[in-house]
Design a protein around this ligand. Sequence first.
Ligand code: AMP
Length: 433
Amino acid sequence: MNSFDELGLSAELLRAVSEQGYSQPTPIQAQAIPVILDGRDVMGAAQTGTGKTAGFTLPLLQRLSSLPSVRGPRPVRALVLTPTRELAAQVGDSVADYGKYLPLSSAVIFGGVNINPQTAALRRGVDILVATPGRLLDHANQRNVDLSKLDILVLDEADRMLDMGFIHDIRRVLKLLPAKRQNLLFSATFSDEIKALADGLLDQPVLVEVARRNTASEAVAQTIHPVDKNQKRQLLSYLIGANNWKQVLVFTRTKHGANRLAQQLEKDGLTAAAIHGNKSQGARTRALADFKSGKVRVLVATDIAARGLDIDQLPHVVNFELPNVPEDYVHRIGRTGRAGNVGEAVSLVCVDENKLLRDIEKLIKRELPKVVIAGFEPDPNAVPEPKEKPQARPPRRRLGEKPKTQGGERPSGEQNRRRRRRSKPKNPATQAA
Ligand code: AMP
């Protein structure tokens, strides 16, 4: 498929697409758009970076615009659920960009920000709603939103939603929807849990699939720098300076580690910001904007915060610490080498992390090159520190089990706040914060 014209999209959408500068559809778009336009349910195997957002947003907009539009307060017709606030904001931007020539309205709702403007938007009437599950349920409980006439449901990054313990919230949302609707489910991985969710949700789905990016990782040069733990920060500053890296995304395992590292890098004279679930929405948005504009050179992120961030053509990703879960390594380095650009992923690995490294190499089925940097040679006699408590993420939950927190960063402040809120009487003053 060489052109968007052949996909059956309306002139309004083609115009918006061409203004985005897209000359041809990505493989996931070429597969998904005609099927969704046909009204079929879709199970999409695609990660961020494949163009999946336009893959479901464009046909969704076209389907809604072909139905008669209603003025004033009206029920929501399409709902996109996302795991994180950042992804919700990005999908919301895409809906607004692609739908700019159509008479449809959209809104984005997520936790961590004042609920009142969201309520006002919902009351004005919204055709397409992009939401994180928790805040959506808050609005549903307050009867701010009517989902009973929904035409299309999209679950974006469904695997992450389950990882973050949203299955119960998703099930609650599903109960608010009409039985007859079109369902689109996108996920980077297909665990038994995802398959169980899909089985209950999708009606004779068409499977659309693109080769998993970065399992082969041809576009990403990956290097391991063995180093002592207490030399990692100095090595990172050295690599950034010596190689003159202008835009670096650095992963740490914990929120605390992200904050501390960003502060230390600032002391080394590098502009740095941390992004993680404890930061206010404003601070996260600002950090991301500063990073994109080049005002901040180093963005330090935890896995959950970085998930779904749309940062194009990122040249350098650094694993300051290896992730506990090997799959997260693949997600992390998926931030670089996008859209045909060659990227570089560097991992600073101390003796404690050798086991994690072996697990990663097993997963990606190749041994990664190890390069010791002169002046940062690791102590040959170092032995792994005994662990105080196991760090590994607990096994994936089965449907119906209670949510458990995971190693490293916890799901999000939003979930924790909601759990607390449910267990105590509501206080309107804290609700809106
Ligand atoms: P996504 O996988 O939806 O997060 O999209 C990843 C990036 O690809 C986004 O920055 C999109 O703007 C961009 N993109 C989506 N579709 C196309 C296309 N057909 N051509 C070029 N870039 C695209």
